[in-house]
Design a protein around this ligand. Structure first.
Ligand code: NAD
Length: 360
């Protein structure tokens, strides 16, 4: 479990605590590439998960992020029913300033060296064009543009799945999955947040949004005619649903004291700073928390579909199943007053453990 209580701080202690199989530190002098690839678990299949490019406070934050994200992919892929394990990568740097063809291709070489144990795709700060550069060095990349035979950016499927999960949470909270008239605070209007807003707007929700990039927020609030709020204000608005669609750990002691919502459902990975404490606190507060790795699996479903040669119709139908998966987990958690994150992790581990037995 990810809790605030740390067992140790050395790299190997951190890896052992979360149970990773392999962690690769990548350095390329000519391009300045600094990246970390986390392969968490490959019992169900090759580790599949995107690459994030972000400016971290320091390298330990990058390591923490990749370890948490890759572990989350293990649970996500397991609950989604994919024959894929969990992995993720981070590139340390500002995607708006430091990304280049050479840097991405140097990164592609490191993925190639893993020989198919890890398959990458887009995450925060990356686009399908970037995947094209990585693809010049390795075939172990998905989320490619359609002109390269790929299924393109996974974000629309992540948004659709998150919308399905939000509706399932509404069914548990309100007895109806209609979101009409509900007030929703969307934190982060990037690739996924923006498309989610489109679905919510079409269902006549009242939407408030924030984003770290002012220009992006301005563009999205204008496009959808919704209200933009300051970064920190997002936790204080009186809404029905809080939808974290930016970075992780935004559900913590501070935000939970301030949030006034019935439901938390968004696409961001690793939303709970402490899976036990903050998941439990949601139960105490009577907030339905839709586990991030259950509702945001649309993107990896798309990435997986490309990898096994399925089309958009398959991906759409499979993504729609997030509604039923979310509903069954949330109903079970709600009826037993249990932490929904823990219930979802149990579902994931049950599948992994059952398949572990049939391996030779
Ligand atoms: P993105 O980079 O396109 O958008 C993220 C947005 O969040 C950016 O506009 C950024 O400025 C904003 N942001 C960062 N910190 C913020 C803060 N404190 N407050 C408000 N806004 C902030 O990324 P994305 O692809 O839309 O992904 C969003 C989240 O969903 C991430 O956590 C990602 O890991 C997760 N996710 C994405 C996908 C996918 O298919 N893209 C799949 C699964 C999970």
């Amino acid at each position: 479990m990810i809790t605030e209580e740390k067992k140790g701080n050395s790299v190997f202690e951190q890896i052992a605590e979360l149970g990773h199989e392999q962690v690769v530190f990548c350095h390329d002098e000519s391009t300045g590439l600094k990246a970390i690839i986390g392969v968490h678990n490959t019992i169900l299949g090759p580790a599949i998960g995107g690459t994030r490019m972000w400016v971290y406070e320091d390298e330990s934050q990058a390591l923490k992020d990749v370890l948490r994200l890759s572990r989350g992919m293990t649970f996500k892929n397991a609950v989604a029913g994919l024959n894929a394990g969990g992995g993720k990568a981070v590139i340390i740097g500002d995607a708006r300033k430091h990304k280049s063809e050479a840097l991405l291709r140097a990164f592609g070489n490191f993925i190639e060296n893993l020989n198919g144990k890890y398959i990458t795709a887009e995450d925060v700060g990356m686009t399908s064009r970037d995947m094209e550069y990585i693809h010049m060095q390795t075939k172990y990349v998905s989320g490619l543009p359609d002109y390269l035979g790929g299924l393109g950016d996974p974000s629309p499927f992540t948004a659709y799945g998150t919308y399905m999960g939000m509706k399932a949470a509404a069914k548990v909270a309100y007895g109806s999955d209609s979101l009409a008239g509900k007030k929703v605070a969307v934190q982060g209007v990037g690739a996924v947040g923006k498309i989610l807003i489109d679905y919510l707007k079409k269902e006549k929700c009242i939407i408030y949004a924030s984003d770290f990039y002012e220009d992006r927020l301005k563009e999205v609030t204008k496009q959808f005619n919704i209200e933009g709020v300051r970064l920190d204000e997002i936790y204080d608005i009186d809404v029905d649903i809080y939808s974290p669609c930016a970075l992780g750990a935004t559900i913590n002691d501070n935000s939970l004291d301030r949030l006034k919502c019935d439901i938390i459902a968004g696409c961001a990975n690793n939303q709970l700073e402490d899976e036990v404490k903050h998941g439990d606190k949601c139960v105490e507060k009577g907030v339905i928390y839709a586990p991030d790795f259950v509702v945001n699996s649309g993107g990896v479903i798309n990435v997986y579909a490309e990898y096994i040669g399925k089309d958009v119709n398959w991906t759409t139908a499979y993504t729609e199943m997030i509604y039923d998966k979310s509903l069954s987990i949330l109903e079970a958690a709600h009826s037993q007053k249990k932490n929904s994150q823990v219930v979802a992790m149990e579902v994931a581990m049950d599948r992994i453990n059952s398949i572990r037995g049939i391996h030779y």
